[in-house]
Design a protein around this ligand. Sequence first.
Ligand SMILES: NC(=O)c1ccc[n+]([C@@H]2O[C@H](COP(=O)([O-])OP(=O)(O)OC[C@H]3O[C@@H](n4cnc5c(N)ncnc54)[C@H](OP(=O)(O)O)[C@@H]3O)[C@@H](O)[C@H]2O)c1
Length: 323
Amino acid sequence: MQYRRLGSSGLQLSALSFGAWVTFGGQIGAEAARELIATAWDHGINFFDNAEGYANGEAERVMGQALAQLRLPRDGYCVSSKVMFGAVDDPRPTQRGLSRKHVVEACHDALRRLQVEHLDLYYCHRPDPDVPIEETVWAMDGLIRQGKVLYWGTSEWPAASIREAHKVARAHHLHPPTMEQPQYNLLHRERVELEYAPLYAELGLGATTWSPLASGLLTGKYREGFSSQGRLGLADTAWLQRLVVGGSEQRRLARVEAFVAIARELGEPPAPLAIAWCLRNPHVSSVILGASRSDQLRQNLQALDLAARIGEADWLRIENAVA
Ligand SMILES: NC(=O)c1ccc[n+]([C@@H]2O[C@H](COP(=O)([O-])OP(=O)(O)OC[C@H]3O[C@@H](n4cnc5c(N)ncnc54)[C@H](OP(=O)(O)O)[C@@H]3O)[C@@H](O)[C@H]2O)c1
């Protein structure tokens, strides 16, 4: 494994990390989840990502159980949660969002479900237009001062809002957000590469990126259609299929096709190749992987080797093909 600093902070995260979305508490059982955490840990992964909204808190419960059963040393790994969407169906106004009330209560709930005494990373899962940024910054700072959270950050916040949070923090000597959690893959690059570009140096922003395979699309396994086994073929994820493939379905699938063709030419599996491309960006602190089975995770871990082995000319060819 390779370890990278989380922005300008002193926290070293594994360059590949592992998240629970869709899978834990939903698509897979507790035993498969435990096996995935064990595989990740055995390969040096030290960051496990979660959120209150994943399966209404069930993903955190399953992850907490796995971490406890495997008896992983608490100082050897980092675990996160995210707050915004709530952990119940049809949340009432105080059961969601970034008010001080919900930020604090969601933290307590995540600690209980994950069976830990502090969250290493705690993210605002989206911006909340109904809450002043100042209130959220104060709430996060309070949790840090109480030792319940070590680093806080944002997920998919506009650069201007991240800057505003820093401004508030500077004015009141509070802890500013350390990291962002944006989507980043060969099909979705702009925010990480353009919008946030000035923030890495200016604010020391770290980036833990999500969906390196665009929910599995970049593996090429949906080339024959979405009826195959896999996340985008699941009955209750039709909304996700629309989101991932987008309005211009043929165009996105053609881009994937072009990528898979180059992978085949290079004799490399598409999944770790697509993940390796994310790793090449030096501003990425950690690429958060997802997997429904351990053999997928093991294959994806080959990305570390591929990132070092594939030459510039081939990366350029790949980028041009999917542009
Ligand atoms: N902050 C946010 O808003 C946000 C949003 C989304 C995700 N995330 C975080 O980022 C993590 C990773 O995102 P993601 O799960 O979307 O990542 P991803 O890598 O884009 O998709 C992972 C899925 O692709 C399939 N897959 C993975 N490796 C494969 C392989 N080698 N061969 C074939 N299929 C493979 C698996 O699903 P199937 O086997 O079911 O096809 C797996 O669950 C999440 O768990 C979560 O922690 C954060």
